[in-house]
Design a protein around this ligand. Structure first.
Ligand code: ADP
Length: 462
């Protein structure tokens, strides 16, 4: 509004009254026109001044309202406005300010909630994928983008088929969009250059506040580790059953033969009973090893294994003592070397069991009259114990799987030697409990060396 127009807005109604009134006065009082004209002009001048003053005041207060609005539009909070001017303008400014402050508080709250949701969405462990009716990506979080190797910003708004070429996922989404109940499913997925992964899908609907369906929302959980564990468990149960079945079948066969008449022949009966006894021992050995393995795993997990700083020489000597008889039967020489002061944080009975298992194997898989060397040394940051034999050795292709439960290189030989297939798995778990490890080097025909590495320093479990 220009300066003149506001002034004329106020002054023109005054003129509209004053000018006709003056004209009437002049007409009816012809005797004293000069006085009337003078006082009329004075009245016009006074009212013009008053109109100018009123226009100026109004302009100032409206100017203040204008700058108040500018401040509010910029989203800044203002204190209670003080408007010098007509009370109506003051009230207008006040209600404008109150409205704007209420809005900006609401906007701030909405922004905060949006940020919060964004943070939750992007830091969710599982992948989240939102699509519309036409399978166009509305949104996806970081986990989902990483899973499918996508850039979240680039993927938004694009058709699912364009960015994720996975038939099973597309079919799942099509079924979900066509259904009126949430869906669950599982797909396998192989990201380029990596291993196959198992994804569990939970599909539900995206709804507006009014309840209308906007599209679908899928939560993707990577359950690969779980599926692998399940497979290990299944394989393990199958292996155990298989291992137990062999001696049980043999025992049953010989008992039946005995019952069917072999008992009457004392010579044959003794032979058969000796086999039954051997097979029962085998059963017992498998069960003992299985129990030992699960006890070590359980106690290690619960941190129930007690460790103390112990000299390794004593442990090695005790283990060698246990194997003397077996070595003697095969004329295998056991050669020990260990610095007397060498000590590490160990659980002595468990470590002794690990060393016994290695020496037993070394004797089992060596020829008559050979030697087995058991040597300990300090090799910072470990104390190491090496069991070296001159036996048949192990092919390179077996080395990676050697410490798996029931893995055997030569099944027949292991069985005739009374092996359970669990000895090395037990060694591995004992070493894991010690925060150490077991490794193997071997050359077929030349022999094998198993090395136990034990941390010299106390580890976190104590
Ligand atoms: P087992 O009771 O059959 O000996 P282990 O777990 O102790 O089971 O060993 C697994 C397999 O590793 C054995 O069946 C054997 O084939 C091989 N093995 C272990 N130690 C030796 C060794 N010192 N020399 C050659 N082969 C070995």
């Amino acid at each position: 509004m220009s300066r003149r127009s506001l002034f004329w807005e106020i002054y023109s109604p005054l003129l509209a009254i004053l000018l006709p009134a003056l004209a009437l006065l002049l007409f009816f009082s012809a005797g004293a026109p000069r006085t009337i004209i003078t006082s009329g002009l004075l009245l016009l001048a006074a009212s013009g001044l008053a109109a100018w003053y009123a226009a100026r005041r109004l302009r100032t207060s409206l100017g203040r309202v204008h700058s108040l609005v500018q401040t509010l539009v910029a989203g800044e909070d203002t204190p209670r406005p003080w408007i010098d001017g007509p009370p109506e303008v003051g009230r207008l400014a006040l209600s404008l300010q109150q409205t704007a402050n209420a809005w900006s508080a609401e906007i701030r709250e909405l922004r905060r909630r949006h940020q919060e949701q964004k943070a939750v969405f992007s830091s969710m462990w599982g992948g989240v994928l939102a699509i519309d009716h036409r399978q166009r990506i509305l949104n996806l979080n970081t986990a989902a983008a990483e899973l499918f190797g996508l850039d979240p910003a680039a993927a938004r708004g694009r058709h699912l088929q364009e960015v994720i070429r996975h038939l099973e996922l597309q079919e799942f989404l099509a079924r979900l969009l066509a259904s009126d109940v949430p869906l669950e499913g599982e797909i396998t997925f192989r990201p380029t250059g990596t291993e196959e992964r198992f994804l569990q899908l939970h599909g539900t609907f995206l709804r507006e506040e009014g309840g209308a369906v906007l599209g679908a929302l899928v939560v993707l959980n990577d359950v690969t580790a779980l599926r692998r564990l399940e497979k290990i468990r299944r394989d393990f149960v199958a292996n155990v059953s298989h291992e137990l079945r062999t001696p049980i079948t043999s025992i049953r066969g010989f008992v039946e033969t005995l019952l069917e008449g072999a008992l009457d022949d004392p010579e044959q009966a003794r032979r058969f009973l000796a086999i039954v006894a051997r097979q029962s021992e085998r059963l017992n050995a498998i069960i003992e090893d299985l129990l030992a393995l699960s006890r070590i795993e359980r106690e290690a997990e619960r941190r129930e294994i007690a460790f103390e700083c112990h000299r390794l020489g004593a442990v090695i000597r005790a283990a060698v003592q246990t194997c003397t008889h077996q070595a003697g039967d095969k004329s295998v020489a056991l050669e020990v070397s260990c610095p007397e002061e060498l000590a590490a944080w160990i659980n002595a009975p468990l470590l002794e069991q690990a060393v016994v298992n290695l020496i037993t194997n070394a004797i089992k898989y060596s020829g008559e009259g050979s030697a087995v060397e058991i040597a300990a040394a300090r090799e910072e940051p470990y104390a190491v114990i090496r069991v070296r034999d001159q036996g048949k050795g192990i092919g390179r292709q077996h080395l990676d799987r050697l410490f798996e439960r029931f893995y055997r290189v030569d099944k027949g030989r292991s069985r005739t030697e009374g092996g359970t297939g669990l000895g090395l798995a037990i060694v591995k778990h004992i070493m894991l409990a010690h925060h150490g490890r077991v490794t193997v080097e071997s050359q077929p025909g030349k022999g094998s060396t198993f090395t136990l590495q034990l941390p010299l320093q106390q580890q976190g479990q104590h």
